[in-house]
Structures are given as structure tokens and as C-alpha cells.
Write a protein that binds this ligand. Structure first.
Ligand code: PLP
Length: 394
């Protein structure tokens, strides 16, 4: 394999994480070691000065960690990646590496809950100013820009409203204003959407979700487009210390080998379930980018290679209907998270957002009848039958 970068996404999934050693191993092994010995003082000095490639200490770099970093960077067409202990460690690395006191960040208003909390409660303590805007509205993004804007941060499609933002257009707005543009690509995976190709400067993932895909790891990754940004982020990550460990790196690299086949099935199953739900009399509305009824169906189609596997739908009858469906499903598991091989179902009003009042939820676009499914790779007829018998009880 001369230059893996020239290969397709399927080949990159299978071979992208391989880092050979002298044993002839076919898979990058788990290098479960905290530190690496130097041949002599000069060798140690060369490694520290960056004059020679090699390993020093696992927080700085480790072959198993490098293996998963290489795989994801290849899939995202980035320069290099930085493995993080969790998706939130990746989000924190982005904000803490790019923002200083006095700087301003524009974020999608619909972002992952902990990301929103970081921006609302932590970074303002350090003098960072934050604007949450509907990033699907380009005029709103332009209007929010100030001379201090250093970063535009977008999730598309966003959670749990499945709102889609125009990556290429926002990249232009960011670059006209000398700001960096970061996309959280967790919901799509690089199989369906490659934000760096569309103009983003950096991409991040909660690898806990589709990249690992088996609901047995928490991990994250930041992928940089340029060597300069990478070097800055690498030194920040070394100081912050939120690095991924070798064992989790191994598991994620293993998960990635089947990413493209998993995503194919995820999308097929989700499309069928979304169409089934849309025709069901007890369902008020289905929000899924693979349905023509999605307000940004055309935009999503243009900037991705598929709809993904997250479906939000609104039940008639609100809170009570939601609870009945939750308590009646048998094959779907009641749990948060997403992107694993198993189908998960979530009802924000009775679960994740139960602490909010009904009015607060309504304002946030999380109506009481909203149910979210992360569609797995099981037999789709059985998934539909499971939802069908649950809806029957409403
Ligand atoms: C889960 C998730 C995160 C956080 O990732 P963790 O691995 O749970 O820390 C960030 N962004 C999105 C879109 C997510 O779904």
C-alpha cells in the first residue's frame, strides 16, 4: 500500500489504522506502556528537540494511539488527529486551544448538552464571550460576528432537533472574518460528511458513537487540516492531559474497520423506519434528513452522502404517549448515547430533560411528545414491529 491517502473510504476503514512493527503483525497491537526508553542521551535529546520521530511518553504519543489518530485523519482528509479521552475532552481541547480572554465564539444553539454547558458556565469565567445562534440561518451567523470572533462552532445535523447548517457557506463567513471554523461531525461520521473538504479548519468526534460503534468505549478525536494547527493542538493536548489510552485506541481502531458497512446498514434501516413513522396516524411529525419533508432536505443531500441514523419524531398526545412507548418497546433499549450497533430510544421529556418544565422544553424545541431513536443494524422489520406494537398501546 503505497499511499493510503489515495484510496477510497472503505479501504481506509480497513487499512488506515495499521502501523507495522518488526514482528510482522497484521494488526497494530496494544502498546500498554506509559513510557519509552531512549537508546542513549543523544537519542533522547533528538526526540525532545523533535529532530527525530519516536516515542517518549504515552501522554505525548504512543503507537496504538497514533494508529487510531491516523485512521480518523485519513477518513476526514485531515493532516493529523489528536486522540482524546472522551468526546468532551475533544470539545474542551478545541475551545481551550483557540480561545483567550476577550475572544468571542459563535456556536449553534442546538449543540450537545455538555458542550453548551462548557460555553455557558466555564469559558465565560475566563473572559470568553459566547453567542448561541441558529446556524441554519446564514444571516443570523453573519449578524453575530464581531471583531473579536475567533471561532465558529457548528453541529450538523444538530441534536435533538436535527437542524442542518450549510458547512461551505459558514466556512466562507468564518474565513472572511479571520475566524476558525470547527464542525462536530459525530452524527455523520466521515463516511457521510467530510467538513474539511467543505472548508472547515478542524473537525471533532465523540468516537464513543459511530466511530467505535459498539457502545463499549468513551473516546474523542480532533482532526486538524494544517500542520501549523496540528502542532499547536498537539502541544496543548500534551499540557492539558486529556489523552486517550492505548486500550481504548485499539478498540476504536477495531471498530473503524467496519464503519463503512455499519453506516450503510444504519442509513438503510433508518430510512425505512422514518418512512414507516411518517405514515403512522399516531405520529404528528418526523424529523429525518432522508425525508423530503425535512426543511433542509436538499442542503443535507448536497453536503453529505447519506441521512445518518438519528430520527426524531413527535407523538400525538405528548408526555403520556411518550412514556407508554418507552415502557412498551422490547427490542429498543431505553438509553442515551447513539451510533452503536444496537437501537436506542430516548424520550427527552421523561428522561434527559425531565428537570425542565413543559414550557421550557417547548421553547427549546423539545416538545413533550418528542422521541429520538438511534437506529441500529438489527433486522429492520423487527425494529418496525417493535415500534408498531408500542404505538398500538398509545
Ligand atoms: C456524545 C457527544 C459528545 C460528547 O462525547 P462523549 O464521548 O460523551 O464525551 C459531543 N458531541 C456530540 C454531538 C455527541 O453526540
Amino acid at each position: 500500500m503505497k499511499d493510503i491517502r489515495k484510496h477510497g473510504q472503505n479501504t481506509k476503514c480497513v487499512h488506515g489504522s495499521f502501523i507495522p512493527n518488526e514482528t510482522g503483525c497484521v494488526v497494530t497491537p496494544i502498546y500498554q506502556t506509559s513510557t519509552f526508553s531512549f537508546k542513549d542521551v543523544d537519542h533522547g535529546a533528538r526526540l525532545f528537540k523533535g529532530e527525530e520521530e519516536g516515542y517518549i511518553y504515552t501522554r505525548v504519543g504512543n503507537p496504538t494511539i497514533q494508529s487510531v489518530e491516523q485512521a480518523v485523519a485519513l477518513l476526514e482528509n485531515g493532516y493529523k488527529g489528536i486522540g482524546c479521552a472522551t468526546g468532551m475532552a475533544a470539545v474542551h481541547l478545541v475551545f481551550a486551544s483557540l480561545l483567550s480572554a476577550g475572544d468571542h465564539v459563535i456556536s449553534s444553539e442546538a449543540v450537545y448538552g455538555s458542550t453548551s454547558a462548557l460555553l455557558k458556565t466555564v469559558f465565560p469565567r475566563f473572559g470568553v464571550k459566547v453567542s448561541f445562534v441558529d446556524t441554519s440561518d446564514l444571516e443570523a451567523v453573519k449578524a453575530a460576528v464581531t471583531p473579536e470572533t475567533k471561532l465558529i462552532y457548528v453541529e450538523t445535523p444538530a441534536n435533538p432537533t436535527i437542524v442542518v447548517s450549510d458547512i461551505a457557506a459558514i466556512a466562507d463567513i468564518a474565513h472572511e472574518n479571520d475566524a476558525k471554523f470547527c464542525v462536530d461531525n459525530t452524527f455523520m461520521s466521515p463516511i457521510l460528511q467530510r467538513p474539511l473538504d467543505l472548508g472547515a479548519d478542524l473537525v471533532l468526534h465523540s468516537m464513543t458513537k459511530f466511530l467505535n460503534g459498539h457502545a463499549d468505549v468513551v473516546a474523542g478525536m480532533v482532526i486538524l487540516k494544517t500542520e501549523e494547527d496540528y502542532n499547536h493542538f498537539r502541544s496543548m493536548s500534551t499540557e492539558f492531559g486529556g489523552t486517550i489510552d492505548p486500550f481504548n485506541s485499539f478498540l476504536v481502531a477495531r471498530g473503524i474497520k467496519t464503519l463503512s458497512v455499519r453506516i450503510e446498514r444504519h442509513c438503510k434501516n433508518a430510512q425505512k423506519i422514518a418512512e414507516y413513522l411518517e405514515s403512522h396516524p399516531k405520529v404528528e411529525k418526523v424529523v429525518f434528513p432522508g425525508l423530503k419533508s425535512h426543511p433542509q432536505y436538499e442542503l443535507h443531500k448536497k453536503q453529505t452522502d447519506g441521512p445518518g441514523a438519528l430520527i426524531s419524531f413527535f407523538l400525538k398526545g405528548g408526555l403520556e404517549s411518550g412514556k407508554i412507548v418507552m415502557n412498551s418497546v422490547k427490542l429498543h433499549t431505553l438509553a442515551v448515547s447513539l451510533g452503536g450497533v444496537e437501537s436506542l430510544i430516548q424520550h427527552p421529556a421523561s428522561m434527559t430533560h425531565a428537570c425542565m418544565s413543559s414550557e421550557e422544553r417547548e421553547t427549546a424545541g423539545i416538545g413533550d411528545g418528542l422521541v429520538r431513536i438511534s437506529v441500529g443494524i438489527e433486522d429492520v422489520e423487527e425494529l418496525i414491529a417493535d415500534i408498531d406494537q408500542a404505538l398500538e398501546k398509545v
